[in-house]
Design a binder for this molecule. Structure first.
Ligand code: F0G
Length: 463
């Protein structure tokens, strides 16, 4: 008799104490919901979904400790003890000196961009992120992509597709002069590239180069722990270092950070700006009062800051992050086994399906990724998100950006779904893949002025 070889599986380092019931829908109900939502998954009602993979932002499950922390909220208008706890955690774990809390990541991006960017400045970055670039542009700056070319190729399996191309950066410095570049905008786990990490080696080289020119590095540290996991798995010399140490080392090569704590840090709302320069901090403390709230709460309740402080501690636990990324990899491998084209290597926070490859008969003007997201919802009630031409939006001169990557993001919330959910998701995507030739593109019938992907509406093109 043949026996299955014994493998060593990972499993979640937690058990489930409370569950949230989900509604199962019929195809007819989903069809109606999709029409009402103008084929935009952002406009679907959450109660019409089965599995929600729209985003990993603010959708994670808090732990019993975080919930207990909510009860310790000190809701004083000024000087809440939860602020001081958060400040201590940000200093100890992340290593940045000064903290300004904000309601979420873009609140910090707004303040930082207004402080550091002057009209006509250039902000080089390792691929754009929607809100980050928009705030840079609204402050009068121009974003320039300096990520390595490999990042724009979904098939390329380079292990650090979040790396900066130092030649591209040097050319920009030569062309514009260092004085026109207030900072380099560096994201860990580059979201739009598919959750791809930057290597420690590349960061160190970037630090050396920017030091030479006196240019700051500002870190979008939204998913820094996931990036640290990939460094631990893939980079020489880091196998025996803890996630906590790797996170701290990453941050040590940068001058400040914006954070959406709704991702890595396991809270439903919250973010911050953290900097090492006193002058920038002073300015930010002034400005946060205008846009967010007093500098000791920044638009958050005391309880939110407490949950964030505890969530940050949990996020850098090795077992947590291995299970988190392990679940994403499980889904990705399942998709690959069905022949579904996805971005490789598999990233940290979700699976990015290559819609250009999935639906090669649909031109980019007819929104292949938007179309695919709608079809997956129709098949099984799984909600995903477009990350392609709709998300990329328009340039200042009104022309569309046409990104090379036309992707559908299956984003996995942390500690929320089980492995059986992952099976259902992969099987549904495989079913849509089987009937891909019968799928038609879309036409945009309403386009908002800013961040159009959130609220744009579409119509199916006739067969
Ligand atoms: N930076 C990155 C890399 C992000 O992924 C996000 C948000 C932000 C900044 C902005 O933070 O939402 O708290 O204001 N990303 C979400 C997503 C929206 O679905 O990827 P925020």
């Amino acid at each position: 008799m043949m026996h299955t070889p014994i493998k060593k599986s990972w499993a979640e380092p937690y058990k489930i104490k409370m569950v949230e019931l989900l509604k199962m829908t019929t195809k007819a109900q989903r069809k109606k919901a999709l029409l009402e939502a103008g084929y935009n998954t952002f406009l679907l009602r959450s109660e019409d979904l089965y599995i929600d993979l729209l985003t990993d932002s603010g959708t994670s499950a808090m732990s019993d400790h975080q919930w207990a922390g909510m009860m310790l909220g000190d809701e004083a208008y000024a000087g809440s003890r939860n602020f001081y706890h958060l400040e201590e955690v940000v200093r100890n774990i992340y290593g940045y000196k000064y903290l300004v809390p904000t309601h979420q990541g873009r609140g910090a991006e707004n303040i930082l961009s207004k402080i550091l960017i002057k009209k006509g400045d250039i902000i080089p970055g390792n691929m754009y992120f929607t809100t980050t670039r928009l705030h840079q542009e609204l402050a009068g700056g121009k974003f320039e992509d300096i990520i390595i070319d490999e990042a724009h190729d979904p098939e390329n399996e380079f292990p650090f597709k979040g790396n900066v191309d130092l030649d591209k950066l040097e050319k920009l410095i030569k062309k514009h002069g260092a004085a026109k570049i207030p900072y380099i905008s560096i994201a860990t786990s580059v979201n739009m590239a598919g959750g791809q990490p930057i290597s420690m080696k590349n960061l160190k080289e970037l630090r050396t180069l920017t030091n030479k020119h006196g240019i700051r590095i500002i870190h979008d540290m939204t998913r820094v722990a996931e990036n640290a996991h990939f460094i631990q798995q893939r980079e020489k010399g880091y196998q025996h270092k803890s996630i906590r140490d790797i996170v701290k080392e990453i941050n040590s090569y940068t001058d400040g950070a914006t954070m959406s704590a709704k991702k890595d840090a396991l809270v439903n709302i919250g973010g911050f700006l953290a900097v090492n320069e006193w002058d920038v901090f002073e300015e930010a403390r002034n400005m946060v009062v205008v846009y967010e709230g007093l500098h000791t709460y920044g638009g958050l309740a005391g309880r939110d800051m407490e949950a964030m402080a505890i969530g940050i501690m949990e996020s850098i636990n090795d077992d947590h992050i291995h299970a988190r990324v392990g679940q994403v990899v499980y889904l990705g491998e399942k998709m690959i086994s069905y022949g579904v084209p996805i971005v490789k290597p598999i990233g940290g926070h979700g699976i990015f399906v290559d819609a250009k490859k999935f639906l090669p008969h649909i031109p980019q003007d007819q929104f292949p990724a938007q179309t695919l997201a709608a079809e997956v919802y129709l098949d099984s009630g799984v909600r995903t998100m477009e990350r392609g031409v709709v998300s990329a939006g328009r340039k200042a001169n009104g022309e569309n950006y046409y990104p090379k990557l036309e992707l559908v993001r299956f984003t996995i919330p942390r500690r929320v779904y089980t492995q059986a959910h992952m099976d259902v998701i992969a099987e549904s995507t495989a079913r849509v893949y089987e009937r891909r030739h019968k799928i038609n593109g879309l036409k945009m019938i309403y386009e908002p002025k800013y961040l159009r992907f959130f609220q744009a509406r579409f119509e199916q093109l006739p067969k």
